[in-house]
Design a protein. Structure first.
Length: 103
């Protein structure tokens, strides 16, 4: 059984037991989080598609840890003009483990 869920503005495919990285959540480590914006649920071939969300469906997850992602480098250059600029950032992430998918 899997579901497509909207978490922190992104759509994610989740299954029970999987660990995923999402944009930083407000919850503390070890807390349980319930996501109600379930867009699609597939239960061994029985697909339920929401309009826009599936009624009564939810996903429960536990916050494992807060961390920063790998550095992303942004390099800009204009040829023959002597212009080049290097910039970068590290995204703040939260690692969650999916405990249960209710469809």
């Amino acid at each position: 059984m899997y579901a497509i869920v909207e978490i922190a503005g992104q759509q994610m495919k989740v299954e029970k037991g999987r660990k995923i990285y999402v944009h930083r959540l407000e919850n503390a480590e070890g807390e349980t989080v319930v996501f109600d914006k379930v867009l699609l649920v597939d239960d061994e071939g029985a697909v339920k598609v929401g309009t826009p969300v599936v009624e009564g469906a939810s996903v429960t997850a536990t916050v494992v840890e807060h961390l920063k992602g790998d550095k992303v480098l942004v390099f800009k250059k204009k040829r023959r003009k002597g212009y080049q600029k290097m910039n970068g950032h590290r995204q703040y992430l939260t690692k969650i483990q999916i405990e249960e998918v209710i469809g």
